[in-house]
Design a protein around this ligand. Structure first.
Ligand SMILES: [Zn+2]
Length: 262
């Protein structure tokens, strides 16, 4: 039987306490498998510009679709490489926040756990999350644009786009571009988690882009509870079993501490 949808809303005042229904706390405490889907919102709280917002200064005149597609890279590899180098530097200068850290704590508390992220900034790993899959890759990693092999040693200092030592093709960031498919193993692991979890937290993502957008539906079809954590209403809000309307940096620490309070 489905629980009645409950929406715990609070004002946008960060000092206000986000009310969390006790049934949700019980469900989380009893869950053998908790899955989490995160998106740009949790990183934005650390100061990582969202994809669209990353169009500042030098890059304002480019559409992201002209910087994040295989055809853009084929046309002008240097421009695409430089844009990612710039974003990589920005990401390196920010720190994981209380929301990231609460998910590390959650991973320690539940028997089975999987963090599924659409973010490429590596902040979950830096916070200490271990059981995670990256649906869109990682901006810190680099791969051969022809063979797809991950390359560990490359120079960030070079003025030209570095090339693969094996085949001579340009190196590129190991991220999923527009027009590209998600990594098969990552998507399979995410779908398996959505099917088997008792609770799926959907954090800081509008969950509009498929296939990630299908994960909440998959979870609900298999009896899982879907909990949205987002300061803003999204297309998922009406379908979620619970909505925690607040920033993840405030809501997640509270959710975790309240669930396992003695
Ligand atoms: Zn190669």
């Amino acid at each position: 039987m489905r629980l009645r949808a409950f929406s715990a809303r609070c004002s946008m005042n960060p000092a206000s306490v986000i009310a969390i229904p006790s049934e949700l706390l019980r469900a989380l405490r009893r869950a053998r498998f908790v899955a989490v889907l995160t998106g740009a919102g949790i990183s934005a709280e650390s100061g990582v510009a969202t994809f669209r917002d990353a169009q500042t200064g030098l890059w304002t005149r480019f559409d992201p679709r002209e910087l994040a597609t295989p055809s853009a890279f084929a046309r002008n590899p240097k421009r695409v490489w430089d844009w990612y180098a710039w974003r990589r530097e920005r990401v390196a200068s920010v720190e994981p926040n209380a929301g990231h850290r609460a998910l590390v704590e959650l991973e320690r508390r539940v028997p089975e756990f999987l963090l599924i992220t659409q973010n490429v900034d590596g902040l979950h790993q830096r916070a200490g999350s271990r059981k995670l899959v990256e649906l869109h890759g990682n901006i810190a990693r680099v791969k051969c644009s022809r063979e797809g092999t991950i390359v560990e040693n490359w120079s960030a200092e070079a003025s030209e786009v570095p090339r693969c030592a094996n085949c001579g093709a340009f190196l590129r960031p190991d991220v999923v571009w527009f027009e590209e498919l998600l990594p098969e193993h990552a998507l399979a692991a995410a779908e398996d988690a959505a099917r088997r979890c008792e609770v799926l937290l959907v954090i800081g993502t509008s969950a509009e882009v498929y296939p990630a957008a299908g994960l909440p539906t998959l979870a609900q079809e298999h009896g899982g509870l879907v909990v949205e954590v987002n300061p803003n209403e999204t297309p998922l809000s009406a379908r979620a079993d619970y909505v925690l309307r607040g920033a993840s940096g405030a809501a997640l620490p509270r959710l975790v501490s309240a669930s396992w309070m003695p």
